[in-house]
Design a protein around this ligand. Structure first.
Ligand code: PLP
Length: 512
């Protein structure tokens, strides 16, 4: 055994010189420049040549192409590398910047944020401690304070950038759970684990709330059973009267309401739960109020539509996803609290990183506010560059444009007797289906086929969902470049495809 180890140690190591062009350092500047230039060319090629939102590639084809690569046999040059990236990835990448991508909550990105990305990955700061990111620490803090101001949280607020809305929502529920257990059961969950009563903790969300709530409750040891789904009104917003009834029913069953999550901009409808009424009930029953504004946060930018978020300032905590509604590249999200003291519950000290005895006014450490990440990207630089160059007002005008386009598209749908629109949207999401008035058509199967066939020929990427068990198509208008002429064309394409499919005769209902 010992002899074997010695012989390995005697193997010659690769020379230091042979590493020099691979690693980012002063001597590799020319290599870095050439590599980035080729990557930039690949991106420009994507921008200039992508005319459809998707190539339509079938999973089996791309799976085989990826599997065929020998990961243990490195390529010889950046030319070869970029050719491979182009073949496997870029030529099939979904083009979120085209209006014909109208499916999920993915936004086109603003250019100042892309310039920031170049800096972020090369300098590679980590936002956990001051000694890993000095200016970055204060720039992130300044943006957190700025976001708190937009929310109306005042000077007492605090928060942290996270990897996404699901993670920010987790922090909201975690704070709700831990503060409740401390206040009511005198239990410090971080140290002692869950009290027995935690099995009866209940968190109220609208039927239309994001599924991260269930996942987060499961992660937190409360189980998905802790999530109580509250009925919604005709516009699919939480019904405040139903919330109070649900709270009363849980209390009567011996369960323990701890929190309510209001959604400001639901994933399926883009509508906003009644924040003020929910806040009043949260105060009445002493529930933590978290607002999931992952999508709706874009309204903070709009002078015209900001009032839709009135009541958000009453929340204990809020999720905002800059990578949805501030046109930022993934990842860029934040979790904000109204009272900075509440965030201290997540602190954990390690001698090697953030010792307990350190003066954090003198040497700040964002790690003290982070639940799930230690090493953390300086994503805040993207928002910084965006606010400093594009500015809040212009970003707000993007939101205004999308809301106007959505309203005009809803009007088109309503006028069309063959389109069933479920409801209007506060922001930019329309749920509808093509329903030609002929008897005997399986409308759900027809709409599913329309969606699939448009996806696989790459002409139009539309999303879908189920409402009351019924299948619907969904437009998510999160591109300020999309016009009502575009959405009119897309509706035409959907109907035309529907008629083509109907002509195959495959959609007759059984027995019809
Ligand atoms: C309302 C809402 N909350 C949270 C999320 C989760 O955000 P992320 O995908 O950034 O984790 C989404 C995602 O679409 C969402 O629509």
């Amino acid at each position: 055994m010992i002899t074997e180890q010695l012989s390995i140690a005697q193997e010659p190591l690769p020379s230091r010189d042979s590493l020099l062009n691979d690693i980012f350092y002063a001597g590799s500047a020319a290599e870095y420049k050439a590599a980035v230039e080729q990557a930039r060319e690949a991106v420009l090629h994507f921008l200039e040549h992508t005319r459809r939102p998707f190539s339509g590639v079938k999973p089996a084809t791309i799976k085989a192409a990826v599997a065929a690569v020998n990961l243990d046999a490195p390529l010889e040059s950046y030319e070869e590398l970029m050719a491979e990236v182009q073949a496997l990835y870029l030529q099939h990448a979904t083009a979120f910047h085209l209006p014909q991508y109208i499916a999920h909550l993915n936004c086109p990105v603003v250019i100042p944020a892309l310039a920031a990305e170049v800096i972020i990955s090369a300098i590679n700061s980590s936002q956990d401690t001051y000694d890993q990111s000095a200016g970055g620490t204060f720039m992130e803090r300044r943006l957190v304070d700025w976001t708190c101001e937009q929310l109306g949280f005042g000077a007492g607020g605090d928060g942290i950038f996270t990897g996404g809305g699901s993670q920010s929502n987790l922090m909201g529920l975690l704070l709700a759970r831990d503060h409740f257990a401390m206040r009511v059961h005198g239990v410090n969950i971080k140290r002692e684990g869950l009290p027995a009563a935690a099995l009866r903790y209940r968190i109220f969300v609208a039927e239309t709330a994001h599924f991260s709530n269930q996942k987060n409750a499961a992660l937190m040891g409360l189980g998905e059973q802790a999530i109580v789904k509250v009925k919604t009104d005709q516009r699919f917003r939480m019904d405040a009267a139903a919330l109070e009834q649900a709270i009363a029913a849980e209390l009567a069953a011996g369960n323990i309401p701890i929190a309510v999550v209001a959604t400001a901009g639901s994933t399926d409808f883009g509508n906003i739960d009644p924040l003020q009424e929910i806040a009043a009930l949260a105060a009445k029953y002493r529930l933590w109020m978290h607002v999931d504004a992952a999508y709706g946060c874009g309204l903070l930018l709009s002078a015209k539509h900001r009032a839709l978020l009135n009541g958000i300032e009453l929340a204990d905590s809020v999720t905002v996803d800059y990578h949805k509604s501030f046109f930022q590249p993934v990842s860029s999200s934040a979790f904000l609290v109204k009272d900075k003291e509440t965030l201290k519950i997540v602190q954990h000290h390690a001698d090697y990183l953030n010792p307990a005895e350190q003066d954090y006014d003198e040497l700040p450490a964002q790690i003290n506010k982070s639940v799930t990440q230690s090493t953390r990207r300086f994503d805040a630089l993207k928002l910084w560059c965006t606010l400093r160059l594009t500015g809040k007002e212009k970003l707000g005008s993007y939101t205004d444009r999308m809301i106007a386009t959505t309203a005009a598209t809803a009007a088109l749908m309503e006028k069309d007797e063959e389109i069933e629109l479920l409801t209007h949207s506060d922001i930019g999401i329309l749920v509808f289906r093509f329903a030609p008035g002929r008897a005997g058509i399986d409308v759900a199967a027809l709409n599913l086929s329309i969606k699939k066939s448009l996806f696989f020929d790459g002409t139009l990427l539309v999303a879908s969902t189920k409402v009351g068990g019924e299948f619907y198509l969904k437009f998510t208008i999160l591109n300020p470049l999309t016009t009502v002429a575009d959405t009119r064309d897309m509706l035409k394409a959907i109907k035309a495809r529907g008629y083509e499919l109907l002509s195959t005769g495959r959609f007759a209902r059984k027995g019809a």
